[in-house]
Ligand binder design. Sequence first.
Ligand code: TNX
Length: 524
Amino acid sequence: MNSKKKTGTTTAIIVIVMMVFQMSCSTEAPSDLTKESIIPRPVSVTATGDYFEINEGTEIFIQGESEELKQIGEYMASLLRPATGFALAVKFNNEVSGSGNIYLSLASSGGGAVGEEYDLKITRKNIILSAKSISGLFYGIQTLRQLLPADIERSAKEEGPWKIATGAIVDYPAYSYRGAMLDVARHFFGVNDVKRVIDFLACYKMNALHLHLSDDQGWRIEIKSWPNLTAHGGSTQVGGGNGGFFTQEQYKDIVKYANDHFITIIPEIDMPGHTNAALASYPELNCNGKATELYTGTEVGFSTLCTGKEITYRFINDVVKELADMTTGPYIHIGGDESHVTKKEDYIPFVEKVQDIVLSHGKKVIGWDEISLASLRPNVTAQYWANAENATRAVSQGAQILMSPAAKAYIDMKYDSTTTLGLYWAGYIEVDTAYIWDPATLVPGIGKDNILGVETTLWTETITNMDEIEYMVFPRLPGMAEIGWTPSQLRNWEEYKFRLAKHGERFKAMDIDFYRSKLVPWEE
Ligand code: TNX
């Protein structure tokens, strides 16, 4: 062998060794389940140091013949098929046999309360996901999604391989209500935008979407008995754009899509304040009998329904009836905030009457914390946003609290002084500020037992399109999801920020336009 040939051979060997090394790096098998970046962090994770691989032969076996099991199996397959390119057949099979398969099993609830917990066992041979309810299976599927490479979120076929670290996860939520609010009144967002928000919530095991459907600037839900609410009241928005509204068919479609993702829609009709769109549409709702002008500014607190008129309650009854008929969830949100031009002596009986109207249509009441000025009916939830005294008064009346403290949970607030979108009346809310708080210790006298759950709110005075929604929502929403799901003793910003950093690739794979906070060590 001459020396030139020898050098060539050596170079070739080095190149091959480097290629093999690089390949083994990029396809490195996950082997420690406890090091995976799951958000919200599960209650318990144990690792067994190996990996399971989804391959072209993998099948999804549902253990039981119910229609809902079949649907959840198909849902899982539909999440995994595009990026893997595998067939992933969904079949009934009560046995655990063969290898490379995924089993979805509904354990009997033993007659106890059916919760949202799930149990995941991943071995070299198979994955067994079991839960007492379909929602538990749904949450287990979200966890599996996050255990796969971020490319699983892409809509075209990707390389893989699709390996998952082995071990066991036992998981359940700290709070039963884990929600987000979208204001479709200040700027209107259509069905597809709302569905995309539902997809985001589902990824992070959130289960409630509160839609702020009416405000001074617009009425966004068709009410057949009062058609001018949308014909006129829905015709504009902040800044004077065209506005828009959901037809009842569209709203029902949203409710169904949400239900399919284990998310309850909570519709809000804000009253007696924040009602200019209604007052502009029907003169009879005004005390002076004259319709107001449509409003496209961003001031709050200048409008009120005429609380002394009988027709006001006929109007509310009609609206609540139509809304209750198309809402499958248990709640109607009655607003009640910032009614600065309603006299207190008018506000109190108004809120009492409206609670009774909602109850008469078989729904439970949620209202902003101000409603605690009135006498609260049983099973009412007060949404704490700004006034701790109001929230405490609600609790002393036996109400549950939904935690949305503005200084932590209002994701319409700017991240810092350089954020161009958003408001800052409640302060700047960087990603750490939004994460570092505990609902159960925030307000003295209000503990975990008094709290229904948490809700982050996106008001849209300054938000006009989906990219802007994404920028304000991400990356604060995953933090809120973790506050609602993970026990507070397992939450710690210094650890969380590294998990969040890993989700940057997922946001990109989902085409989410997110805020690259400097506080998060993104891996890009
Ligand atoms: C307060 S929170 C409001 C909304 C505004 C929001 C802006 C609440 C119950 N009322 O009307 O849109 O601040 O951050």
